[in-house]
Design a protein. Structure first.
Length: 226
């Protein structure tokens, strides 16, 4: 079993469908978890702390990271679960939808990474892990802005990993297929969820990438699911 020995783990998007599997898994592994969402509150009885932030706003992201460092002393691991999906082919995609997908799936990841890196560099230790999507390597028509924005996230992971080589910080990503969450079951009632990616499998992969055992895994993009 992977243990995280009280590492401070920041999980933006932790109150979403995937976060319901990821946050408890990290708590069980011994991490000190800060789950981030909108409209959140502190919940120490659950074994983690929940904080509120707009992760698409640079000033609010910096405020969030500063508060976590003030309360917990540092950020050892960033697990970015923030993202959004929208359907539509290229010619059907309004510029407002295009911007929303870029903001949720790419800009937020950039702002969060940029905010935690200085502290990690000072300690010469850190893990940054982003959740992209299987459709980056297996694209399909009808989700143009979503797939392009998630592809940009993968490019960011690989480029940032190269830039931080030798710093003690690793940057990785995962590519889950369609995940078996309540929202997806509701939105796709005709699909077979037995063929979908289990959130628990994603959580276990994230745990491994966040652990000391993964200190030589940098720039990897890991597919997850059947």
């Amino acid at each position: 079993m992977v243990t995280l020995n009280k590492k401070v783990v920041l999980i933006p998007g932790g109150n979403g469908g995937l976060g319901q599997a990821v946050v408890p898994a990290f708590v069980q592994a011994g991490a000190r978890v800060v789950s981030v969402g909108r409209g959140s509150s502190t919940s120490p009885a659950q074994g983690w702390v929940s904080m509120e932030a707009d992760v698409t706003d640079e000033q609010d992201v910096q405020r969030l990271v500063d508060e976590v460092v003030q309360k917990e002393g540092r950020v050892d691991v960033l697990i970015n679960l923030v993202g959004g999906f929208a359907s539509g082919r290229a010619l059907e995609t309004e510029s407002s939808l295009w911007q929303r997908m870029l903001t949720l799936n790419l800009t937020a990841a950039f702002l969060l990474s940029k905010a935690v890196i200085p502290g990690m560099m000072a300690r010469r230790s850190g893990r940054i892990i982003h959740v992209a999507a299987r459709s980056v390597v297996e694209p399909f028509p009808g989700a143009f802005a979503y797939i392009v924005s998630k592809s940009g996230l993968v490019a960011m992971v690989r480029t940032l990993a190269m830039e931080l080589t030798g710093s003690g910080i690793t940057v990785t990503g995962v590519l889950p297929g369609t995940m078996d969450t309540p929202a997806n079951r509701e939105n796709m009632p005709e699909s077979d969820p037995s063929t979908w990616t289990k959130p628990e499998s994603v959580a276990q992969t994230l745990l491994l990438l966040a652990s000391n055992e993964a200190d030589q895994i940098n720039g990897a993009i890991v597919p997850i699911g059947p």
